[in-house]
Design a protein around this ligand. Structure first.
Ligand code: PMH
Length: 390
């Protein structure tokens, strides 16, 4: 950290690591003593910056980092993160040598994959494997003891693979009705009993769930839980927002500035398609953000931004790089516009934007593109700017 890349546009994301820190602290106090967190920073930390979030988590004693792909794991290594990193998805068997070289732990669930991976690794490579058990998500993982036997036998017979973890993933932990998750837990427990016979040596990490599991199902967390969305201060689903054990602190906000302000007369139209016409004399501000920034056109439907703490509707179609808002009165060029986050007494939360777009909180920070620079805040000050454009 400490690098400040410049940016020359009036639109930026702020990532507040102090909020991430509060959330991790709260999880650590909430979880049973024997349950540790894995910090899930896939998709570049859900759009917040994987390295920054991983470093906060590691500083607070989180022992493991989770990512989706080998590329994401290698990106963390490139920034100097030496802590254990698990790839939660599939990697190609031919890339296992690279994973071994960089001490990346892998998710395993196919016997054929282990046969192929064995061919590309060298004698002294040792790969930490986490066996994935599919208990009802039907995404990846072994589903039967027979499949499991073929995988575990290969791990036990090889001196290059060791079983460091076993895990599953709940499909409905973010719903109020726990019955499907209970069923998945029963299947997982059955498979753990089978695994004890198949692999009597102790397995260091047993992990089963996500943020919603950590927040709502302490009966299902074993000795590790993989926390993503709520580490960033976002609720996994509206349905459980009122049923969380502690307050979540949003780390992500999105801002811009008015670059042009003018008065339109009744009947004058705005933007592509001329779909919005001024009803009377109206003050219109131009905001330099558009769908190429991930601020998709659907945001114009019932969408609002904050200017001087006042909600202003988005009017007309959102363009690739710009959009217009209806101001309550004349406002100076350069005034701050908050699209996500707080201004004075009001706040547009990620959940509000997600509801507007008919989607989940996860998609919002992930969809704001890297054309938008990220200003990273820590200890109450801006410490770094990440700009991937140049
Ligand atoms: N573990 C696995 C295997 C995951 O896929 C995810 C998130 C997490 C943990 C963290 O979940 P959380 O962010 O709800 O805490 N995976 C996804 C996904 O594939 N789509 O949305 C979230």
């Amino acid at each position: 950290m400490g690098e400040r890349q410049p940016f020359y546009r009036d639109t930026w994301v702020e990532v507040n690591l102090d909020e991430v820190e509060k959330n991790i602290h709260n999880f650590q106090s909430w979880l049973p003593d024997e349950t540790q967190m894995m910090a899930v920073v896939k998709a570049n930390g859900y759009g917040h910056g994987a390295e920054h979030v991983a470093r906060v988590a590691l500083r607070l004693g989180v022992p493991y980092i989770g990512v989706a792909t080998l590329d994401e794991a290698l990106a963390l290594r490139k920034t100097g993160v030496t802590a254990p990193v698990l790839v939660l998805g599939y990697i190609r068997p031919q890339d296992t040598k690279l994973a071994a070289e960089y001490s990346i732990a892998l998710t395993v669930f196919q016997a054929d994959w282990l046969d192929q991976a064995s061919k590309v690794i060298e004698d002294d490579d040792l790969i930490n494997c986490h066996l994935k058990i599919d208990t009802g998500m039907a995404r990846i993982g072994i589903r039967t003891e027979k499949e499991g036997h073929a995988v575990v036998k290969r791990i036990r017979d090889s001196k290059n693979f060791q079983l460091e973890g076993v895990y599953t993933h709940f499909a409905t932990a973010d719903e109020l009705d726990a019955s499907y998750a209970d069923e998945q837990k029963n299947r997982f427990d059955r498979m753990l009993r089978w695994l004890k016979k198949e692999h009597p040596e102790p397995i260091k990490y047993i992990h089963a769930g996500n943020s919603a599991t950590a927040l709502r199902h302490l009966d299902k967390v074993y000795n590790m839980v993989r926390v993503g969305i709520s580490m960033y201060g976002l609720t996994p689903a509206d349905e459980i927002a009122e049923h969380l054990p502690f307050e979540l602190h949003e780390a992500f906000s999105l801002h811009s500035r008015l670059v042009h302000v003018k008065k339109l007369s009744a009947g004058e139209a705005i933007s592509y398609g001329a779909t919005y016409q001024a009803q009377k004399d109206e003050w219109i501000g131009t905001v330099p953000i558009g769908y190429a920034d991930g601020w998709i056109r659907e945001n114009a439907t019932q969408g609002e931004v904050l200017v001087n703490g006042v909600r202003c509707p988005i009017v007309g179609r959102i363009c690739m790089d710009q959009m217009m808002v209806l101001l309550p009165h004349r406002v100076e060029v350069g005034e701050k516009v908050t699209l996500i986050g707080r201004q004075q007494e009001d706040m547009i939360s990620v959940a509000e934007v997600a509801r507007r777009l008919g989607t989940i909180t996860y998609e919002i920070p992930c969809m704001i593109s890297y054309r938008v620079p990220r200003a990273v805040w820590k200890g109450g000050k801006m410490v770094q700017i990440d700009n991937d454009v140049f």
